[in-house]
Every structure is written in structure tokens, then in C-alpha cells.
Ligand binder design. Structure first.
Ligand SMILES: C[S@@+](CC[C@H](N)C(=O)[O-])C[C@H]1O[C@@H](n2cnc3c(N)ncnc32)[C@H](O)[C@@H]1O
Length: 266
């Protein structure tokens, strides 16, 4: 694990912020998958820590026989869910470490999905190749230029195709990353777009996470030529006792933690 030099909210060069994810997720893949693997389930599909399952939400619609792209797939839990329901799915992620986790899980479960290492901002697929594209918390929060992801997704989707992505609910950025009662007081401006950045002991950017307001997300997606058809704000499942970083049942009862954007290509 990289030793921490500094952590806080500040602007950094876009290239440094956008390229940090790959090695950070390589270094932290095992820890992430050990910590969250059981909640996610080897072939489960949840849109976020609130617990909303695609089985119930059906935001992708019918998936059987559809060509589906997952970006920021991590260990491809969601892609395995899709494959079991008859979709032709490809799971992509920028991190070789996360994809190694995906291979191990596929071997363990016997549910294999094609894996491709790719930055969601430069997808190695032809135009009009997919009916559906999605991510559950992948890629979008970790790049300074999410509009590039939306443009790439718009390019590879067929007319009428659907793009669904979940990300940190923008409201969360005003609150400290604390799942307890102490996390219930806003401490930062919702409108402060500076990313959360960690550096290593040499001062190099090792982690960056980007904030966009709800309006920023909508404008980015629309500018890519897609139509926003829904903004879903999952409510905390009362049966869910999982604490995931700053998310947990205490704040989940009161504040949204996840925003799911549903858009269509035309
Ligand atoms: C919070 S994890 C979510 C993984 C998975 N969707 C899940 O629910 O477990 C974020 C994922 O986004 C990936 N990621 C970050 N930046 C990316 C980029 N520019 N392109 C593709 N994937 C990226 C990371 O490697 C990581 O696997």
C-alpha cells in the first residue's frame, strides 16, 4: 500500500488526477474485494451501499439477448448477474488488479464473462456495438473529465440504447465522510468542485475523487448527445446494516448517498 503524504480537497493537474485510479485500484483491489465482496455477492448487482438491487430496480430493462457493456466493472459482480440472465456482456475496468479479482471470482463461481482492460474514456469498441451500458460506482467519480466517458458510451451505444450509472450522490460532498451522527452536519460547500486528493510521500497524486453537482452530471450527459430520462435516489433499505466508508444506516435514513442517472441514446 502507498504511504500517505497528504489528503484534502484541492485542484491538481487533470492528467495526474485522472491517471491515479489505475495504480490505486491495483494496490487496493484485494482489500476492497475482501471488505465488500460479501455485500456485493459474487454475481449480485447492487447500485450502491443503500442496497438497491437491479432485480428490484430493473433500470436496465430486459437484458436477455442484449449486448451489454460494463465500465468500471471491478470484479465484474454485476456482469456475472447479467450473464446468468442471458445477456452478452463485456466487463471492462482500467485496473488489472480488479480484473484479476474478476478472473478469480469467475473461476470460483463458474460464471465466466469476457474481461477487457480499458479506460472508460477511451473504449476499445466499435460504434453502435451495444444495447446497454452501465456502471455501479465505476470510473465516473475517479476522472476529472467524466464528459469523455459519456461521449464514449454514446458512441458505442446503438440508437435507443441505454446508459445507466451510479455515483456518489452530490449532496454527500457537503458532509464529512463519517457514517455516524458526527457526519450529519454539512461542513463544505456543495458547490466546491475541488476534488478530494491524496498524495504519496513524494507528493505524487495517488488518489483523486471528483465532485459534480446534480446539474453538472445532467449537463455532461446531455452534452454527449444522450437524453436523461431518470435520476434515481435509492433510499436506505431498513434491513441493511452494512457500513461502507461514509455510508451506513444512521445517515442513510436521512440523507441520500447514491445518485443513479438513466439516459438513452437516439
Ligand atoms: C468503487 S469501484 C466499483 C467497482 C464495481 N463496479 C463494484 O461495484 O464493485 C470503482 C472501479 O472503477 C474503476 N475505474 C476507475 N477509474 C476508471 C477509468 N477511468 N476507467 C475505467 N475504470 C475505472 C476502478 O478500477 C474500480 O474498479
Amino acid at each position: 500500500m502507498t504511504s500517505l503524504g497528504s489528503a484534502g480537497y484541492r485542484d491538481v493537474p487533470e492528467h495526474a488526477g485522472g491517471s491515479a485510479a489505475r495504480s490505486w485500484w491495483d494496490d487496493n483491489a484485494d482489500e476492497y474485494l475482501t471488505e465488500h465482496g460479501e455485500f456485493l455477492g459474487p454475481d449480485g448487482f447492487r447500485w450502491g451501499p443503500e442496497g438497491l438491487r437491479e432485480d428490484d430496480a430493473r433500470l436496465l430493462g430486459d437484458v436477455a439477448g442484449r449486448d451489454v457493456l460494463e465500465v468500471g466493472a471491478g470484479a465484474a459482480h454485476c456482469s456475472r448477474w447479467l450473464a446468468r440472465r442471458g445477456a452478452r456482456v463485456v466487463a471492462t475496468d482500467v485496473s488489472a488488479g480488479m480484473l484479476r479479482g474478476a478472473r478469480e471470482l469467475s473461476t470460483r463461481t463458474g460464471a465466466t464473462v469476457p474481461l477487457v482492460q480499458a479506460d472508460a474514456r477511451a473504449l476499445p469498441f466499435a460504434d453502435d456495438a451495444f444495447d446497454l451500458a452501465f456502471t455501479s460506482f465505476g470510473a465516473v467519480p475517479f476522472v476529472p473529465d467524466a464528459a469523455r466517458i459519456h461521449r464514449e458510451v454514446a458512441r458505442v451505444l446503438r440508437p435507443g440504447g441505454r446508459w445507466v450509472f451510479s455515483t456518489t450522490h452530490p449532496l454527500r460532498w457537503a458532509f464529512p465522510d463519517d457514517p455516524s451522527e458526527h457526519g450529519l452536519t454539512a461542513q463544505r460547500s456543495y458547490f466546491d468542485r475541488r476534488p478530494y486528493v491524496e498524495t504519496d510521500a513524494d507528493g505524487a497524486v495517488s488518489y483523486a475523487e471528483y465532485h459534480r453537482t446534480v446539474g453538472d452530471h445532467v449537463r455532461d450527459v446531455v452534452a454527449a448527445g444522450l437524453d436523461v430520462v431518470d435520476l434515481v435516489e435509492p433510499e436506505w433499505d431498513p434491513a441493511n446494516t452494512e457500513v461502507w466508508g461514509g455510508w451506513g444506516p444512521v445517515r442513510g435514513r436521512l440523507l441520500p448517498g447514491t445518485l443513479v442517472v438513466v439516459a438513452t441514446a437516439h
